[in-house]
Design a protein around this ligand. Structure first.
Ligand code: MSP
Length: 653
């Protein structure tokens, strides 16, 4: 049987889970369910990271023993995953006996292989991130404090006698692995970040602490406890039996994908692979680093005080809607603002209007004209054949995208098909067929739509298991979601249907709710004056809707880019082809209609403003990935440029 091993990061138990930690877990769940539906034997792992200074400190602040804090909070994570219907196959805790033994075994092996030595660490440490930083990596506050470049909090200067891991020894092997496996780390801009670090050279890593007791003792020297990240990363192998149960271990390892947030990429893409190389184990097949859920552009996190409890939304809208929103509206891989208003928009339009309503209309007609029994697909007309072809293409693309973890795009393709199904319904005009008494044709049209919805429900069951199960049950299918239902037609012929309530209920925004949404948008938001204006106009919902809110604007990814080269597009008077440097987003080609205003040579080196997340387009057959901004009036045009020097790729907001 095909196997699939997928993991989430294990979560720190210093605070309760919030929507940010739920995000990775929900996505892991979607991929695990998807693979199960496709016939894979799946192992989905999540758990909690319970050692280290951060947890020790949190316990001290609460006046409890660290173990007690861990027990309480691990339980909270487990409960939330249950409420969110997460189908993890195992929940690992790093205070588990077996895990602790495995960590000691693993570290001993690294030592036997000559990869660990004793030295003194003097440098900076960020407790919230449990990360060592070099001086030149730090940021600084206005009053001169040294800040962590990841979480922006103050770092500590520490000096300790430590054991070190010879990470530098694996610099070359890692580079080789990256080159030979171009998809090892995704998305590619995250891979490039890792490559840059490798190209500038890895330093050895301190892997023990002596000033801390809350950790796993170093096997040969128990005065030292093992660095929490080394301890934590080993969970991916200890959870599947390493080294005591090699049969199970060999069944699952290497992991097919480690899902992680972007801030912990180097631990997973550089340190973890080097540790595995050191003990001679194969590397995971892929590391996929996603972006952050933000509120007003700021990472959602407990310590920033902007945490959102997913339960609130699940209670209000149901699990399916929250899951759909998170992966459809927030592009998987990128940062995205969590907004209740957008969630409601997705619910009303994609789910209630396009999907649920189509099912509702179709089943109502089957009940009325065929006594609730699916009549079956008869002779096909041109329109029907096109629909079948469309489905085949959609299914194939959806599967390809899901297999590459492009969940947002996969859903986009599926909803395009749902849109086409609605068009098919309108063009085939079943209500006229019914009026004319053309039962044969009516039966074919209604059956085709029903079977198509059944297939959509199967494909999307990983994202919205409850509504898909409901659709299965309304169509008298009691079996589990399965890829077998994606093939062939007339599967449902003769089945009884249940019409039932609409699958998704539209939320009609009341004035009060609009005001509430505005209020929540306002919290901590900068342009106060604008917001207050908007609220004072709130009596008129329509005019409000015509304005865009800050979340909407933030969807446009504006960046500074440096023009590397420019040339004329052959046979075009207007177009120039530019190669631009977008910093962390890499190098891109864009085509711009500015040839009448600028000579190619005067553009090179300029810092311009670009919309970086525009869908690619072809202009005169040449691909353009993004758009530059320019101001135009009458027949004058001027490029928007950046006045003072700033790194290409800088975000504009
Ligand atoms: N314990 C480490 C991971 C060790 S894995 C061997 C850790 N824990 S964490 O609790 O701080 O974060 C775990 C993960 O939670 C992040 O990598 C990220 O996947 C997720 N998120 C936490 N806040 C998030 C957002 N606001 N948005 C999206 N994901 C976020 O790091």
């Amino acid at each position: 049987m095909k196997k699939f091993y997928i993991t989430t990061p294990i979560y720190y138990v210093n605070a309760e889970p919030h929507i940010g930690s739920s995000y990775t877990t929900i996505i892991g769940d979607i991929l695990a369910r998807y693979k199960r539906m496709m016939g894979y034997d799946v192992f989905y792992l999540t758990g909690t990271d319970e050692h280290g200074q951060k947890i020790a400190q949190a316990a001290k602040e609460r006046g409890v023993e660290p173990q007690q804090l861990c027990d309480e909070l691990a339980q909270k994570f487990k409960e939330l995953w249950k409420e969110l219907e997460i189908t993890n196959d195992y929940f690992i805790r790093t205070t588990d006996e077996h895990h602790m033994k495995t960590v000691q075994f693993f570290v001993s092996k690294m030592m036997e292989n000559g990869d660990i030595y004793k030295g003194t660490y003097e440098g900076w440490y960020c407790v919230p991130c449990e990360t060592y930083w070099n001086e030149d990596e730090l940021e600084h506050s206005e009053d001169g404090k040294h800040l962590c470049p990841s979480c922006k909090r103050e770092v500590q200067l520490i000096r300790e006698e430590n054991y070190f891991f010879k990470l530098s020894k694996y610099n070359e092997p890692l580079l080789k692995h990256f080159k030979e496996n171009p998809d090892f780390v995704e998305p590619d801009f995250r891979r490039n970040e890792m490559l840059k670090i490798l190209e500038s050279g890895l330093k050895d890593l301190s892997i023990t602490r002596t000033t801390l007791k809350w950790g796993i003792p170093m096997p040969n020297d128990p005065e030292h406890v093992i660095y929490v990240w080394v301890d934590a990363l080993i969970n991916y192998v200890s959870a599947i039996g390493y080294p005591d149960n090699m049969e199970t271990f060999n069944k699952w390892w290497p992991a097919d994908v480690h899902l992680i947030g972007k801030e912990i990429n180097r631990f997973h893409s550089l340190i973890w692979p080097a540790m595995l190389m050191s003990v001679g184990l194969p590397l995971p097949k892929k590391i996929f680093a996603h972006g952050w859920l933000t509120v007003n552009g700021q990472k959602i996190s407990k310590s920033l005080g902007n945490a959102i409890d997913p339960r609130e939304y699940v209670k209000k809208y149901g699990n399916d809607v929250v899951r759909y929103y998170l992966v459809r509206d927030i592009v998987f891989g990128k940062d995205g603002d969590f907004s209740e208003e957008n969630l409601v928009k997705r619910l009303n339009s994609d789910l209630a209007n396009d999907y649920g309503n189509l099912l509702h209309r179709t089943l109502a007609m089957i009940v009325k004209h065929f006594d609730g029994q699916i009549p079956g697909i008869g002779e096909l007309e041109e329109l029907d054949k096109k629909l079948l072809e469309n489905y085949e293409k959609t299914k194939q693309t959806y599967i390809e995208l899901m297999d590459r973890y492009r969940i947002t795009e996969a859903l986009e393709v599926l909803w395009q098909f749902i849109g086409d199904l609605n068009k098919y319904f309108d063009e085939a005009k079943p209500w006229i067929l019914a009026k004319e008494g053309n039962k044969g044709r009516l039966g074919t049209v209604l059956s085709l739509v029903t079977e198509s919805i059944f297939k959509v429900a199967t494909l999307v069951s990983c994202v919205m298991p409850n509504s898909s199960r409901e659709i299965y049950s309304r169509l008298s299918i009691s079996e589990a979601f399965s890829e077998k239902f994606l093939e062939g037609w007339n599967i449902l012929k003769g089945n009884k249907v249940v019409h039932g309530e609409p699958l998704f209920k539209k939320i009609e925004k009341t004035e009060k709710e609009v005001q509430k949404l505005q209020k929540s948008n306002k919290q901590g938001d900068k342009p106060m004056e604008k917001q207050e204006n908007v609220v004072s106009q709130a009596e008129n919902v329509v005019s409000l809707e015509e304005l865009i809110d800050i979340d909407y604007f933030k969807k446009v990814d504006l960046r500074v880019a440096k023009i590397i080269s420019a040339e004329k597009v052959e046979k075009s008077e207007k177009l120039l082809k530019l190669q631009i440097d977008l910093g962390e987003l890499g190098t891109r080609q864009i085509v711009a209609g500015i040839a009448q205003f600028y000579k190619p040579e005067e553009l090179v080196g300029r810092l311009i403003v670009v919309v970086a997340n525009l869908k690619p387009a072809k202009l005169m057959g040449i691909e353009s990935k993004g758009m530059l901004l320019a101001a135009k009036k009458n027949d004058k045009l001027t490029l928007l440029t950046v006045a003072s020097e700033i790194e290409p790729g800088a975000k504009i907001s």
